[in-house]
Design a binder for this molecule. Structure first.
Ligand code: GDP
Ligand code: MG
Length: 374
């Protein structure tokens, strides 16, 4: 029932493309090499050309392998706790980037063009013997887009609400995105250091949005924070770790890695740099990857926080990865394969797919001018 293309039909059936085209034309069909042919047509053409076909086509290889990897169930005894992946959501300027800066002890906001976050940042922040992985996105569009592409990287959403502004239109959007993603929501009631802010007003607004604070008898933790003074930052981390413990986020560090690309860029001299998050398994230098239309062998990895070269990255670890042949898109999942030829084939079939789609204007490729903190 899967559609196959003129090209994949010819490859699979060992038929020359012009021969197939001719046959198709004889049946009144003018198709280009990347066009889909349906099952019925494929069978007719096969009879016409006298070839025996079993319609599995090129997508089968991808489907079977990738489904196998995705659906591989980790045995309970191989599972260990992993850091929760936390995404900051909220209205622009309410302090998402500042909170993350405070947590990692740097100041990126100051260096941002117009104070607007251009890049997805992701760091694993240690806290005692545990850790929390934070993702700061340029806007919730990135969050939505990734989710739309089946890449649910977020375990917990931190809804950042500035105490002076309260709930704004983008806060409302963020709330509905977080609810749609069905992840726990923690509210960071930020800029609490500002003179004359009224926390109760925001708590009322939250309640009106079905986010009743726990101190008002609801189930939403509201942490008063200030990215400026550092107030509440420890409490925020503790709250996140408590939620993580309750939800028992776990992964199997012994399996081969799978995860998601957050963003990527083509560098002149260094080749493709992809920021990815390992969701399960351990990613190692030397691994063969396929990620969306890209493939390659991991040449090097850098910790996104320290910038240090690392040889392996376990579950919930964001890394900058070198070695892919082209920049994958935001939300493209990656898988480790044992065979580079297979990886090339799978990536190639997806590339055909995406170039076909972009011809008809469906695919939008994400690209970035420069890469922060590499
Ligand atoms: P984002 O758009 O949500 O990432 O917001 P930013 O982190 O870029 O912050 C927007 C502005 O608010 C910046 O000028 C920050 O310095 C300021 N800001 C962020 N957090 C706080 C806070 O807790 N208190 C105060 N007074 N200002 C803050
Ligand atoms: Mg920001």
């Amino acid at each position: 029932e899967l559609p196959c293309t003129v090209r994949s039909f010819c490859e699979a059936a060992g038929v020359a493309v012009p021969d197939l085209m001719k046959t198709l034309m004889g049946m009144g069909m003018m198709l280009n090499i990347n066009a889909d042919i349906d099952l019925e047509t494929a069978e007719l053409v096969a009879t016409e050309l006298g070839v025996d076909i079993e319609l599995k086509a090129s997508e089968t290889l991808e489907d079977e392998l990738i489904t196998q990897i995705e659906e591989h169930e980790d045995e309970a005894e191989s599972l260990v706790a992993r850091a929760p992946i936390v995404t900051f959501l909220g209205h622009v300027d309410h302090g998402k980037t500042s909170l993350l800066d405070n947590l990692i002890g740097i100041n990126v906001v100051k260096g941002e063009a117009g104070g607007i976050t251009q890049h997805i940042r992701a760091y694993k922040v240690p806290k005692g013997d545990r850790a929390v992985t934070f993702v700061d996105t340029p806007g919730h569009e990135a969050f939505t887009e990734m989710r739309a592409r089946g890449a649910n990287v977020t375990d917990i959403a931190v809804l950042v609400v500035a105490a002076d502004d309260g709930i704004m239109p983008q806060t409302e959007e963020a709330i509905s995105h977080a609810k749609a993603a069905n992840v726990p929501i923690v509210v960071a009631l930020n800029k609490i250091d500002l003179e004359g802010v009224d926390a109760n007003r925001v708590m009322t607004q939250l309640t009106e949005h079905q986010l009743t604070p726990s101190e008002w008898g609801g189930d939403v933790e509201v942490v008063r924070t200030s990215a400026t003074t550092g107030e509440g930052m420890d409490e925020l981390l503790e709250t996140l770790l408590t939620i993580a413990e309750l939800n028992e986020y776990s992964a199997n560090p012994k399996r081969s890695a799978l995860g998601v690309c957050l963003e990527s860029e083509q560098h002149g001299d260094r080749g493709v740099v992809a920021k990815v998050v390992v969701q399960n398994g351990t990613l190692r230098v030397g691994d063969i990857l396929v990620c969306g239309p890209a493939h390659g062998r991991v040449r090097a990895m850098k910790d996104t926080l320290t910038g240090k070269a690392i040889k392996e990255a376990g579950p919930s670890t964001p890394v900058s990865l070198f070695g892919l042949d082209k920049p994958p898109g935001a939300g493209d999942r990656f898988h480790v394969l044992s065979d580079i030829t297979q990886a090339r084939e799978i990536a190639g079939s997806r590339d055909d797919e995406s170039s076909r789609q972009s011809l008809s204007g469906i695919t939008t490729k994400v690209s970035f001018d420069n890469f922060q903190e590499m």
